[in-house]
Design a protein around this ligand. Structure first.
Ligand SMILES: CCCCCCCCC/C=C/C(=O)SCCNC(=O)CCNC(=O)[C@H](O)C(C)(C)COP(=O)(O)OP(=O)(O)OC[C@H]1O[C@@H](n2cnc3c(N)ncnc32)[C@H](O)[C@@H]1OP(=O)(O)O
Ligand SMILES: NC(=O)C1=CN([C@@H]2O[C@H](COP(=O)(O)OP(=O)(O)OC[C@H]3O[C@@H](n4cnc5c(N)ncnc54)[C@H](OP(=O)(O)O)[C@@H]3O)[C@@H](O)[C@H]2O)C=CC1
Length: 267
């Protein structure tokens, strides 16, 4: 829908860009003229994705665990050397596991908080200090999850994503002087590689779950990517500090206790 030169001359970083939602975002930025960098933990899979994405434009990749500040700093060095700037950061890397709260260990809780909240903050801070603040320009889009009424069955991710949404509100104000815009996209349930990781008992409920969402379907990776490209584009130049639901109104009318109830049947 956007002109093919919407992001011409721009450099965009997409974390977790090797799969699912992140892959689609990376592809769309390339198709709209940006130079794109993707990162994730698993280098072999990252390389395969990078080879596929290179068909759409100029693509670089580097392995990086967003929980490791030294990995992020090494990514900064690569971007400095190769492009000497960064215009857009999409924090898409993340995830969690379904579990009832009483069974989440310290290690499991910390893994999810660290993956989704701490990693996102470290990435934002390092990229802002290296590029956005000195450039006095930058756009950040954080992919969270729809956690409007909490997340029964995934308390850790509910807390982490709410943390990212509040961080976004803070930085939209603190960093407005640097002309940095920052927003979140909050997906509902999206048909992507991410869903394959859920136990069969939960996957068996997907058909029923789709019917219970007001728009009667799960989202597509394109639905999320469209929102990200909009928020990153000049069309959204007066929008900062928001969370945009891409969820078919799930946050208003879908009972997430369904997930917790399935977990109660076998945990
Ligand atoms: C009704 C329909 C509704 C439908 C409901 C559908 C909702 C969809 C909404 C959201 C969808 C998505 O986000 S889809 C995206 C999904 N993608 C991902 O989640 C990918 C990224 N996730 C991950 O890498 C992992 O899940 C994560 C734990 C965050 C990070 O992994 P790490 O490598 O750091 O950690 P691990 O070594 O694996 O695990 C650390 C500890 O975490 C705990 N742990 C990890 N996996 C665990 C598991 N499966 N079950 C229990 N506990 C686990 C254990 O305590 C582990 O310690 P030990 O006991 O010592 O091993
Ligand atoms: N699909 C859905 O229904 C929903 C998804 N989301 C969120 O959207 C985002 C994308 O999900 P989706 O594409 O579906 O799932 P995927 O599991 O396919 O994507 C997760 C991506 O993040 C990367 N990643 C995970 N942890 C790290 C880390 N510590 N450092 C660097 N990269 C990491 C993974 O690569 P690697 O393994 O190589 O590190 C992978 O590319 C996630 O944050 C997810 O939680 C939110 C709501 C709903």
């Amino acid at each position: 829908m956007f002109k093919s030169d919407t992001f011409k001359g721009k450099v965009a970083m997409v974390t977790g860009g090797r799969s699912g939602i992140g892959f689609q975002i990376a592809k769309d930025f390339l198709l709209l003229g940006a130079k794109v960098i993707i990162c994730s933990r698993k280098e072999d899979k990252l390389k395969i994705a990078a080879e596929e994405l290179a068909a759409y434009g100029e693509l670089s990749y580097q392995a990086c665990d967003i929980r490791k500040t030294e990995d992020i700093q090494s990514l900064v060095s690569m971007i400095k050397e190769k492009y000497d700037r960064l215009d857009i950061l999409v924090n898409n890397a993340g995830g969690q596991f379904p579990a009832l709260a009483e069974y989440i260990s310290d290690k499991g809780w910390n893994a999810v908080i660290s993956n989704n909240l701490n990693g996102t903050f470290s990435m934002i801070r390092e990229m802002a200090n290296a590029f956005f603040i000195p450039q006095k320009q930058g756009v950040i889009v954080n992919i969270t999850a729809e956690v409007y009424r909490g997340f029964p069955g995934m308390a850790h991710t509910g807390a982490a994503r709410a943390g990212v949404e509040n961080l976004t509100k803070t930085l939209a104000q603190e960093w407005s002087d640097f002309n940095i815009r920052i927003n979140c996209v909050s997906p509902g349930i999206i048909e992507s590689s991410g869903l394959d990781q859920y136990p069969q008992q939960i996957q068996d409920m997907f058909e029923e779950a789709e019917k219970a969402i007001p728009l009667k379907r799960f989202g597509k990776v394109e639905d999320v990517s469209n929102a990200v490209t909009f928020l990153a584009s000049p069309m959204a130049e007066y929008i900062t500090g928001i969370s945009l639901f891409v969820d078919g109104a799930q946050h208003l009318g879908f009972d997430k206790m369904g997930l917790a109830n399935v977990l109660k049947s076998f945990m």
